[in-house]
Design a binder for this molecule. Structure first.
Ligand code: MOS
Length: 708
């Protein structure tokens, strides 16, 4: 089979497995005696469960159990009072519509689904509030400080500036909705040993959560998650529904599979919270920014906290002496949000980067010139240098590639028949971080290298990147290297989140390879062999079938003297149809300033994926809640629109590809988040350039264009 495919050293190491269906995702594991769980969910938005009539369900064919707060299967950590997270089946309180309140387990999925439909729940309803924008305007509605207020220089300095822009930008709830549905297979075995097959961005995190919740030793929990069908942040925590499956397995002494439905993906596994942001921007007539004020509100939940860095980039992206920010969370009777690709920054960038564009027009300046003029050499928030930053070069490269010279600074100046044409640009930025990870390397006399780490791959190509790092250091072809991941028993690594995996785990791979090479050199010297000897010969001569090393790696203390960020510049050309208001993104150039590119093909794919997600965020994605009922009305893929091939033009990706000297031995900064951050503002800015219509509310749907 493999001969059918051309293998290039940059191809995904697991590409063939994925496209041939050989790659096994959590729901595909067939354990002996596997039984199936289906959740019953709340049909009210707030209140209390009065009763659950489960007799019919219990008597239905194949049903093994109906679990709910009435029978409270044993969960030691839930016996304690108070605290977060939501204790599934340990409360009669309803916090949101669609909350899981019972789990029906049967011998087949179909029988469990049927039986779940027979469960009758009675409630005591209480008044609820899911109205986000209404709550911001309502002075009595609760607002929590999401991040400490920040001030540099004079507060609200924009109000006295020569030129002022003041505007409100809003984003709806967006949902992650990767193709793979969320869920888990839990198998509680003898002596309280638990094996799970999970959809998770962190096998160690899932392991720790399950062990902590059931108060069993961490090593009793084995988490397997070799392949993940997309995450975007939703699998960065263990959700209550996963605990429900473990509870059921513990009680029934059988492996239990729970896969939620597409509509449940909208309610019980988080979302990108809706936001309302006000930006005040001041500049002098020469185009120097004199003040930025950014006040943001994010939608939250009543039963758990969630905050993100919505106002972070405002503090340092532009050189303004005066900056003040504030961020609040508005708790509502909705499911708790979670990080979604470019968490916080993707939200903040839409507002800030739209406002920057508005100011450029107010000054009658080219938005690129305005940005360049206000681009800081050092981090103005932390008063320290950037570890590396090539934003000005990125502006130039992207502008040349998209044909920025064809753009007219006066809006609504270019046409192609009924279509108006415009160009837009925006910046994205995200913390370039590096955590602590361990990797084990096993170098074998058969000429192969096995690397192991309990990291994850939700799609970016972790194994490919790690293999390429090792291949170059060891001068070994990629097909001689295997990188094992997605298994909690391997050396520990952090969850795959915050664009940190390549930087963090890659550095440990680097250290392992450096160590293996020095061991080989030592063995060669001790056995009178040339320093250039092949490791296979060295191992054979020393009668060693293999050598092993495990290295833990983390950033150097020097890193604290620098601000480390990855940057992206997104350029788009749009066509807006004058009669219908339809927006088509017709050209995309995304420039990544993310240090040295380790894995060119998967890095490009990251940027392409971010641009596709960005088109969705800009033009179509919106989870619509009916505030009369607290329920989503478009909780399916027919009504929640994500881009399809016809919506996506060819995407040009350019990388600066210069190593960051501080972050790690590869000089590589992360890029998962920056691929998306800022993209929606580039589209909004291009729509303004095309039409003269400033749409400050995502998504930019035809009705908004026609109405303005
Ligand atoms: Mo990402 S939101 O850190 O999975």
């Amino acid at each position: 089979m493999e001969d059918l495919f051309f293998i290039d050293e940059n191809d995904r190491v697991d590409g063939i497995e994925k496209v041939t269906g050989k790659a096994k995702y959590f729901a595909e594991y067939q354990l002996p005696g596997l039984v199936y769980g289906v959740l019953v969910t709340s049909t009210i938005t707030k209140g209390k469960i009065i009763g659950i009539e489960a007799k019919a369900a219990n008597n239905a064919p194949g049903v093994l159990a109906v679990l709910s707060h009435l029978n409270k299967p044993s969960v030691p950590a839930y016996e304690q009072e108070g605290g977060s997270p939501m204790k599934i089946f340990y409360t009669d309180q309803i916090f949101f519509n669609g909350q899981p309140i019972a789990l029906v387990v049967a011998d087949t999925f179909e029988r469990a689904t049927y039986a779940a439909s027979l469960v009758k729940v009675s409630y005591e309803k209480t008044p609820f509030n899911t109205d986000f924008e209404g709550s911001i305007k309502d002075t009595k509605a609760k607002k929590l400080q999401g991040q400490a207020p920040y001030k540099r220089g004079v507060e609200n300095a924009y109000k006295t500036a020569e030129v002022q822009v003041e505007a409100v930008y809003t984003l709806p709830v967006e949902t992650h909705n990767p193709m793979e549905l969320h869920g888990i297979i839990a198998d509680w075995g003898v002596n309280d040993n638990v094996t799970v097959y999970a959809k998770t961005q962190g096998v160690k995190s899932t392991q720790n959560t399950i062990a902590g919740t059931f108060k069993i030793p961490v090593e009793n929990v084995q988490v397997n998650s070799q392949f993940v069908g997309g995450g975007f942040g939703m699998a960065l925590r263990t959700w209550p529904l996963e605990i429900a499956a473990v509870m059921a397995s513990k009680q029934l002494k059988k492996p239990v599979k729970l896969v939620i439905t597409r509509d449940q993906m909208f309610t019980m596994v988080g979302n990108r919270p809706a936001s309302y942001q006000k930006i005040g921007l001041g500049a002098n007539k020469d185009g120097k920014i004199t003040g930025i004020t950014h006040t943001a509100f994010g939608q939250g939940a009543t039963y758990e906290n969630f905050t993100e860095g919505v106002v972070n980039m405002t503090k340092f992206m532009y050189a303004s002496e005066n900056v003040n920010t504030n961020y609040y969370v508005v708790p509502l009777d909705m499911g708790v949000p979670i990080w979604m690709r470019g968490p916080g920054e993707a939200t903040g960038a839409f507002a800030l980067e739209s406002a920057i564009d508005e100011m450029a027009y107010a000054l009658d300046m080219d938005p690129l010139d305005f940005r360049t003029k206000n681009d800081p050499e050092t981090d103005p928030a932390q008063n320290r240098p950037f570890s590396s930053k090539y934003v000005k070069e990125a502006y130039k490269l992207g502008a040349a590639k998209i044909g920025w010279g064809n753009r007219k600074n006066k809006p609504a100046s270019l046409n192609d028949g009924p279509w108006q044409i415009g160009y837009g640009v925006s910046v994205g930025v995200f913390n370039a971080s590096r955590g602590r990870a361990s990797v084990k390397g096993i170098l074998k006399a058969d000429g192969t290298l096995v690397l192991q780490s309990a990291t994850s791959d939700i799609g970016p190509g972790t194994g490919t990147g790690m293999t390429l790092i090792a291949s170059r250091l060891m001068s070994l072809p990629v097909d001689k290297i295997t990188f094992e991941l997605g298994d909690s028993s391997l050396p520990p690594a952090p969850s795959q989140g915050g664009s940190a995996t390549l930087s963090t785990v890659g550095a440990a791979v680097n250290d392992v390879c450096v160590s293996l090479k020095s061991t080989i050199a030592e063995l060669a010297a001790n056995s009178g062999m040339a320093a250039t000897s092949n490791f296979v010969d060295v191992l054979k001569k020393n009668n060693l079938p293999m050598i092993e090393v495990t290295k833990q790696s983390q950033g150097s203390p020097e890193a604290k003297n620098y601000s480390m960020y990855s940057f992206s510049i997104h350029f788009v050309q749009v066509k807006v149809h004058q009669a219908t208001g339809v927006v088509k993104v017709s050209k995309i150039v995304s420039v990544g300033d993310s240090g040295k590119i380790v894995s060119p093909k998967t890095a490009r794919s990251q940027m392409v994926g971010g641009a596709v997600g960005g088109i969705g965020m800009a033009l179509t994605e919106e989870a619509i809640l009916d505030n009369r009922y607290g329920r989503y009305v478009n909780n399916n893929f027919a009504d929640y629109h994500v881009p399809v091939n016809a919506d996506v033009p060819d995407i040009d990706v350019i990388f600066i590809d210069k190593p960051d000297p501080i972050i790690n031995p590869m000089g590589a900064k992360g890029m998962g988040e920056i691929a998306l951050i800022g993209f929606s503002a580039a589209v909004a800015n291009a729509v303004f350039n095309a039409t003269g219509k400033r749409i400050r509310s995502l998504p930019i749907t035809p009705d908004k264009i026609l109405a303005s």
